[in-house]
Structures are given as C-alpha cells and as structure tokens.
Design a protein around this ligand. Structure first.
Ligand code: CU
Length: 137
C-alpha cells in the first residue's frame, strides 16, 4: 500500500481492523442482539428510537449474581445499565463519572452515550464491588 492517503490513514485502518476482529470475536463468544442492531442508528430515516446495548445486574449478599459481566459497546452507542441491589448503595460508572443512588430492592438505571473510548469499571461504590467491565471502542 503506497497510496499516500492510505498511509496517512494507517492508524485508522488498524483501528478499523481491530474493530472488525473484535466484532467477530464478540459475535462468536457473546451474541448480543442489541449490539449489531444499533449499527445504523445514525440514520434518522425512521421514527423508532434505536435501542442501544442494555445490561441488567443483580447484587445479592455483596456479590454479583452470575459474576462480573463484560459489556462491549461501540463508540457513540447509547448504553443502559440497570442494577438491582439488596442493599442501598450507589452505582458508579467510572470514566464517565456517572452515579446513581440505589435503594435496597429497587432497580436503578443510568443511560448514557458511550462517547469516551476505553475500558471502565462500573462499580457498586460503597461495597467497592465491580459489576461490569465496560469496553467502548
Ligand atoms: Cu467508583
């Protein structure tokens, strides 16, 4: 590849490749209907609101039911994370620095645009308990 424009875009090409590989790996390991369906939500042709990735977490006796979860989303997607805890606490999305108070036994949720790339912990703040490892790419 010696077209100057391609060389200038070298970094992006690799990033795109990585994305493709990641998407492939993701679809093999963890098929998630929401992830692929939101691919073209930038199009505003139809009136229905695109639903981004969602994840519900339950915490009981200081532990995440089913263990810490991995959530991979595409940059710019609208992500919803819902947490149900048997004790009052606070959900904290690191990196985005979003916090949501949780009442015992009542689900609380945050919805946000994943516009910061990287890997972030979603934590039950007072328990210092990791709920989700969120990867935005
Ligand atoms: Cu925190």
């Amino acid at each position: 590849m010696n077209v100057p424009a391609v060389r200038a875009l070298g970094g992006s090409v690799w990033a795109a490749l990585l994305l493709v590989l990641t998407a492939w790996a993701c679809s093999v390991e963890d098929p998630e209907p929401g992830a692929a369906a939101t691919e073209n939500h930038a199009e505003s042709g139809h009136g229905t609101e695109a639903e981004g990735p969602q994840r519900s977490i339950e915490v009981r006796n200081g532990e995440v039911v089913g263990g810490v979860q991995q959530l991979e989303v595409s940059l710019g997607e609208s992500v919803t994370i819902e947490v149900l805890s048997d004790e009052a606490d606070e959900m904290h999305v690191h990196g985005y620095d979003l916090a949501e108070d949780l009442e015992a036994g009542e689900p609380g949720a945050v919805t946000f645009d994943a516009d910061i790339p990287g890997e972030f912990d979603v934590e039950l703040e007072d328990h210092h308990l990791s709920l989700i490892v969120l990867r935005v790419r």
